[in-house]
Each structure stands twice: as C-alpha cells, then as structure tokens.
Write a protein that binds this ligand. Structure first.
Ligand code: HEC
Length: 176
C-alpha cells in the first residue's frame, strides 16, 4: 500500500478510535520519561528478555499489528476510487487470525516480569492489547468485517494510549 493510502486508513482508524471507550485511557498514567527501563520486578532467569523495548516494538508488535491494520478497513482514493481492504478469502482470514493470535501473546510478553516497566498501568495496557487482539481473533474466526475493523481501531488506541503514558515523544509509529 502506498503512503497516502496508509495515511488514509490510519486516519480512519484514529477517527474511529476517538469514539471508543478504552478503559485504560482513564487510568492514571505514570509521569513521562524519555527512557523506560523495566523496574517492576528483578529480571527473572526463567525468561529470555534479550529484546529491549525498542526491539520488541519494532520486531514483534509493529510487524504483527501492521498486517492486521493493512486488512482492517477501506481506502477511498481520488484516483483509484473506493478500495475495500478486508480479507477476501479464507486464507486471508486465516492469516489475520494468526496475526491476532500472535498479538494476544505479544500482550502477555509485554507484561512479563523483568520486561514490564511497572505493575500498574503498564500491565493494564498490556492486558488491553491482548483483549483488543482477542476481539480481532474472534472476528477473524467469524469473518465479521465490522467487528474486525473495530478491533483494529481498539488495538491502535491501546498502542497510542500506552505511548502517551510512557513515551509521549512517540507521535508516529507503525508507518513505513
Ligand atoms: C504497555 C505499553 C506499550 C504498548 C501497549 C505499546 N507500546 Fe510501543 N512503545 C512503548 C514504549 C515505552 C516505547 C519506547 C521504547 C524506548 O524508546 O525505550 C515504545 C515505542 C514504540 C515504537 C518506537 C520504537 C523505536 O524504535 O523507537 C514503535 C514502532 C512502537 N512502540 C509500536 C507499537 C505498536 C504498533 C503497538 C501496538 C500494537 C505498541 N507499540 C504498543 C510502550 C508500549
């Protein structure tokens, strides 16, 4: 998808997300700082936590959620007209279902002791990510386009809410 189209899709999601009530957005966010480091618990040798937060975001969360967003919506382009982006075949629905499953688990991985930055809002946002991903998973299972779109918007607002709480300098993400 070209940049203009992606921006359109993203804008549609943001507008949609603005109307959603995400419980964690009302939670008190911790004071902002530019660098975050895990402090919720001492590193636990049961887990391999070699990916730092940036690597985790860039190599786990972003590629997985990008696929979901690529399929969650439509584009209305002045040149090419209306383009529906939803999965069209069983194979495409299976692909987004698998990505949604990965995102459910990525939410868990975000909350691991030693990776979680605190035991408070961080855990709420991580859980909210898994919950929104589970919504995407269920709607992929039933191939429900409207729910799948809403799930994409919810995922986006969880990413944004956590970034606002922990690193407000992240104004753009998931773009390429
Ligand atoms: C629980 C909190 C939390 C959630 C949820 C979250 N992020 Fe992040 N994200 C962060 C933090 C903290 C940083 C800053 C990391 C740093 O620079 O140390 C970050 C940074 C990023 C970055 C920039 C990485 C870089 O190279 O600087 C990207 C991209 C990103 N997140 C994508 C996402 C996406 C996509 C989602 C949702 C699917 C998401 N994040 C959800 C906390 C979160």
């Amino acid at each position: 998808m070209n940049t203009a189209s992606r921006t359109l899709v993203r804008s549609a999601l943001i507008i949609f997300a603005a109307g959603l009530c995400i419980s964690c957005s009302e939670q008190s966010a911790p004071s902002a700082s530019n660098t975050v480091s895990p402090s919720a618990a001492p590193a636990d040798s049961s887990y391999d936590l070699r990916l730092d937060m940036q690597d985790f975001m860039n190599n786990v969360l972003e590629p997985v959620s990008d696929v979901l967003w690529d399929y969650a919506g439509w584009v209305d382009d002045i040149n090419t007209g209306y383009e529906d982006l939803y999965p069209k075949t069983d194979e495409e629905w299976l692909l987004v279902k698998q990505k949604a499953a990965q995102l459910i688990e990525a939410g868990n991985a975000l909350a691991l002791p030693g990776r979680a930055v605190d035991n408070d809002a961080w855990i709420t946002y991580s859980n909210a990510l898994s919950t929104a991903a589970a919504f995407a998973y269920d709607s992929a299972q039933t191939q429900n386009r409207e729910d799948f779109f809403q799930a994409g918007a919810q995922i986006y607002s969880v990413c944004t809410a956590c970034h606002q709480g922990y690193n407000p300098e992240i104004s753009r993400f998931a773009s390429n």
